[in-house]
Design a protein around this ligand. Structure first.
Ligand code: PXP
Length: 239
């Protein structure tokens, strides 16, 4: 199976916004990322627009040769913007105003009906749907019940354990079980958050994972290695 690499370019926009000018341009970077062998581009239009702006989404979604995965919170304003711009894929994520980054998966039990309604809107428009969830059997089951096409497991916990040279086998075992269960329910399995070379090497042994979405590490690594080489290196790791 060809494991896909989605590259999150939010932090290209972070760098641009630091100067309030136009460089580096996420659209130009997205084109280079695709040329380097990535399979899709991921962006997160946050409520506070701290990195990606509405204009970035508009420009990226107009270029239909770039498969675009848009991450959104379950917020009506953002949902309507997403429906208008029609990205290829949508991933619903939790969002807290003061967090530095997405801290965990969605609270599915609490928000089941709300999420089901949102998923229906995108399913109707034939936009591939995904839910960003914690590796939990109960959450996989709810995801299936509310009709998502894919799930993306939040890999923050295992990534932190690996980075801090702590034991991660228990967490890996849990992730493997959840991936197997999700696949048995016919859900497409993705992985994201905090992934670097080391975690990618570990996670690629899980044959159910069809897509990795990686952002911060790729953009950071590109400063020294260049975006082209970094993406090629990741593609080789997850092959
Ligand atoms: N996948 C999802 C759903 C995300 O929200 C994010 C950003 O937090 C990522 C992947 C990329 O995470 P990172 O930037 O840590 O690689």
């Amino acid at each position: 199976m060809n494991i896909r690499l989605g590259v999150n370019i939010d932090h290209v926009a972070t760098l641009r916004n630091a100067r309030g000018e136009a460089h580096p341009d996420p659209y130009e970077v997205a084109k280079k990322v695709m040329k380097s062998g990535a399979d899709s581009i991921t962006i997160h239009l946050r409520e506070d627009r701290r990195h990606i702006k509405d204009r970035d989404l508009k420009i990226l979604s107009k270029n239909r040769s770039i498969p675009l995965n848009l991450e959104i919170a379950s917020n009506n304003e953002i949902i309507n913007i997403a429906l208008k711009n029609k990205p290829n894929f949508i991933c619903i994520v939790p969002e807290k105003r003061n967090e530095v980054t997405t801290e965990g998966g969605l609270q599915l039990k609490k928000n089941k009906n709300k999420l089901k309604n949102i998923l229906e809107k995108f399913n109707k428009k034939k936009i591939r749907t995904s839910l960003f969830i914690n590796p939990s059997i109960a959450d996989v089951k709810i995801s299936k019940d509310i009709n998502t096409k894919c799930i993306e497991f939040h890999m923050g916990k295992i990534s932190n354990l690996v980075k801090n040279n702590k034991k991660y086998s228990k967490e890996l075992k849990k992730i493997k079980l959840c991936c197997k269960y999700a696949r048995s329910l016919n859900l497409e399995v993705h992985a994201g958050h905090g992934i670097d070379y080391k975690t990618a090497k570990i996670l690629k042994s899980i044959k159910e994972i069809e897509e990795f979405n990686i952002g911060h590490f790729i953009i950071g690594e590109s400063i020294t290695l260049g975006i082209n080489k970094t993406i090629k290196k990741f593609k080789k790791i997850i092959k």
